[in-house]
Design a binder for this molecule. Sequence first.
Ligand code: GLU
Length: 283
Amino acid sequence: MSLNRTAIKDKKRIVIKIGSSSLTHETTNSLNLSKMEKLIRILTDLRNQGKDVILVSSGAIAVGRETLGLKEKPSDKIVKQACAAVGQARLMMVYQKLFAEYNQVPAQILMTKYTMINDISRKNARNTFEELLNMGVIPIVNENDTVSTDELEFGDNDTLSAIVAALVHADMLILLSDIDGLYTDDPHKNKEAVFIDYVEVIDEKLCEMGKDSSSSVGTGGMATKISAAKIATDSGADMIIANGEDVYIINEIMEGKNVGTLFKAHKDENFVLLDYIRTKQYP
Ligand code: GLU
C-alpha cells in the first residue's frame, strides 16, 4: 500500500543520516567531494526554507584510514579509534569549507551511549541541539569513536540517528543508504523480491525478517535500519530509507514523491528512549 506523501512537505525538524559508502568513492575510499558539495547545498536550502536540519555523518574511520594510507579496513579497535581521530577532523574540515560557500554555519556534536545514559549529559546534549537549531546552525553528529568503548557504543549510525531524532523530537528521519529501501527479500539474490514503499506498522514479522541475515530483507544492515525505524516512529518521526547514490533524492523526498520506503510515525506514549538505550533491546 502506498501513501499520499504530500504532508512530508510540512515537516519541520529533519535528521538526515549519510553513511561512509555514500560519502566516499568505492574504489579509493577518498571523499566524493562533488557529492558532498551537492549534499551541503541541499541541506542549506532546507535550512533556508526555515526547517531545522541535523546531519548524522559517518566517514570518520573511512577517511582516517585513507588519510593514513591503510590498505585494509582496520579490525583492531585501537587502530579504528586512531583512524576516527584523524578522519573526524578531516571530515569536519571539508564540511566547514563546503558550508562556508553558502554562508551556512555547521557544528560538530560527537556522542557516545554514555551521553544518553547520563541524565545531565543527555540534558546538555538536548539543550545544545536546541540552541544550535535556534541559531540556524546545522549540527553534524557522529559517534565519538575515538573514546567509545564496546559496552558504551551505539556501533552504527542508523541507531544513533534514530536516537538523535527521538532526543530532539524530530518529525522526520531520512536514512541515505546504498539500497533503494526495503524489499521482501535480498534483491541481489532473489529476482522475485518485491519493493516495499510503505510500512504502516513494524510488526514482529518484519523485525524477524530484518534480524535473520540469511533471509535478509534487502542487503546487510537492514536489521539496524528496522530497529532505527522502530525508535524513530515510536518517538513520533516518520522515517524514510532511500538510496543516497544521488543525494537529490532528499529533495524528492521532501517534495512528497514516492521514493524509498516510508515508515509511518505512530507516537507511542509508553516509549521511553532511555529504556531502549539502557537495554539495547528495542524492538
Ligand atoms: N561512526 C563511524 C564512522 O564515522 C560509522 C558508523 C556507521 O557507519 O554506522 O566511521
